[in-house]
Write a protein that binds this ligand. Structure first.
Ligand code: FAD
Length: 467
């Protein structure tokens, strides 16, 4: 059959991976088609992930800060929440960014094709568009079809009171009693939002720690604050049954710390995301997909089929937007014939909770497990003028060094704006910085960023009177 569309490159999926790949390829002169099943570009991150969650977390931060100022002589009174306006703020933020992508695609002459795409052969894809099925013939493909939230079968998903993160971001109402199943980053970010808006939030986590990937000491200040704000945080506990009743969602638990409440107005299930690798007809193109739906790639992001690449959430952990973007550039450059490889030493992770938790590189736990000889420099924010000035001294900055070379190999920060502070440490690790490089870098005063230089000084032994 004659193809409806021919191109040098098709990019399947328009999230941070897909749009970045399409734009970079087009900039390098590759004739590119970007296929997206939903109505707007931007994928999970822009439409129902990173961006709307941060807009709502901004509202939560303002509510909490305003309330905290009452103790210091500036009282605003109880917040009046207009959910329609808050929702349109969130939608405006999302719309500005996704609309911007559409313009950027046009400027680059990237053709966008809205519809569900499935490979039908190693060089062909069928796209189910509003105008019928289009056959697309391509020389190269970049698969960037992303992931979706895991829908635990114990929950009655046909009841709209049971939500995944997308449902929670819709902010249909502020439930009196909200259960968050999963104490990972997404669950805790949404718990922060709903709690600030007035919900009594209960969090249940199966593991023995919130945000299990991060070091335990980083979690403590967050756990303490959440303990004061939320109705309950229950570790080593899981929800084993959930039933929709007239009064609410009735749940049953098993584990070490059973919550008192069993009836909730809404339940958010945030227990992880699974890759979309086995929903795209990959086998028709000869692309190998693991049982769980991941696609294995080499350092050029090439799959087992040399002209087909894969990037983003569906090539593995960490499932983060900035990882997808970097992989996208590598793949696009490889398609354009450049000798490009993914060789990032580290990928930072951030929980935009209150306080924020950010970490990069080796954690202390990993160092222990792998038997690495590391030393730690830790600067408590209780000794930071800026943290004292904003009344947020619970944080700390921790740097982890190789004991032999004194090079930085990891870092963790807990505290407000930790997510913004971690970039310097990702750069330091990429640059192979030694403790002295960081300690001797002049940081502006008074900033939270100073804590980075100070932590290196603690490690070097030039600050000794903190503890
Ligand atoms: P996606 O963004 O998932 O995009 C894939 C796209 O492919 C989608 O638009 C999908 O519709 C499309 N698609 C799939 N199959 C087909 C098909 N067959 N045909 C056509 N189109 C298809 N990450 C961060 O780094 N920072 C954050 O703060 C952050 N916050 C998050 C908050 C939430 C609530 C969630 C859910 C995620 C968050 N993430 C965050 C993760 C981030 O969203 C993902 O890592 C990122 O979106 C992955 O990008 P991607 O390009 O791999 O795929």
């Amino acid at each position: 059959k004659k193809p409806d569309i021919e191109c040098q490159l098709v990019v399947l999926g328009s999230g941070p991976g897909g749009y970045s790949a399409a734009f970079r390829a087009a900039d390098l002169g590759v004739d590119t088609v970007l296929v997206e099943r939903y109505g707007t570009l931007g994928g999970v991150c822009l439409n129902v992930g990173c961006i709307p969650s941060k807009a709502l977390l901004h509202a939560a931060a303002v509510i909490d800060e305003a309330a905290a100022m009452a103790a210091h002589g500036v009282a605003f009174g109880a917040p009046k929440i207009d959910l329609d306006k808050l929702r349109s703020f969130k939608s405006k933020v999302v719309g500005q960014l996704t609309g911007g992508l559409a313009t950027m695609a046009k400027q680059r002459k990237v053709r966008t094709l809205m519809g569900n795409g499935m490979f039908v052969s190693p060089h062909e894809m069928e796209v189910q568009t509003a105008d019928g099925v289009k056959l697309l013939r391509f020389e190269h493909a970049i698969i960037a079809a992303g992931s979706q939230s895991v829908k635990l079968p114990a929950f009655p998903w046909d009841d709209e009171r049971v939500m995944d993160s997308t449902g929670a971001l819709e902010l249909k109402d502020v439930p009196k009693n909200l259960l968050v199943v999963g104490g990972g980053i997404i669950g805790l970010e949404m718990a922060t939002v709903y709690s600030a808006l007035g919900s009594a939030v209960t969090v249940v986590e199966f593991m023995d720690q919130l945000i299990p990937g991060a070091d335990t000491d980083l979690i403590r200040p967050l756990a303490k604050r959440l303990g004061n704000k939320l109705k309950g945080v229950h570790l080593k506990t899981k929800v084993v049954s959930a039933k929709a009743t007239k009064k609410g969602i009735e749940v049953g638990y098993e584990g070490d710390s059973i919550p008192e409440t069993t009836l909730f107005d809404r339940v958010l299930v945030a227990v992880g995301r699974s890759p979309n690798g086995n929903k795209i007809g990959a086998d028709k193109a000869g692309v190998a997909v693991t049982e769980r739906g991941f696609i294995n790639v080499d350092t050029q992001m090439r799959t087992n089929v040399p002209h087909i690449f894969a990037i983003g959430d569906l090539v593995g952990q960490p499932m983060l937007a900035h990882k997808a973007t970097h992989e996208a550039h590598v793949a696009a450059q490889a398609v354009a014939g450049q000798k490009s490889h993914f060789d990032a030493r580290v990928i930072p992770s951030v929980a935009y909770t209150d306080p924020e938790i950010a970490w990069v590189g080796v954690t202390e736990r990993e160092a222990k497990e792998k038997g690495l000889k590391v030393g730690v420099g830790k600067f408590p924010w209780a000794a930071s003028g800026r943290a004292i000035g904003i009344d947020r001294t619970e944080g700390f900055t921790k740097l982890i060094f190789d004991e032999e070379t004194h090079r930085i190999v990891g870092a963790g920060i807990v505290g407000v704006h930790a997510g913004d502070l971690i970039s310097e440490l990702a750069l330091a690790i990429e640059m192979g910085s030694e403790a002295a490089d960081i300690a001797l870098t002049i940081h502006p005063h008074p900033t939270l960023g100073e804590s980075v230089g100070m932590a290196a000084e603690v490690y070097e032994g030039t600050i000794t009177d903190l503890y």
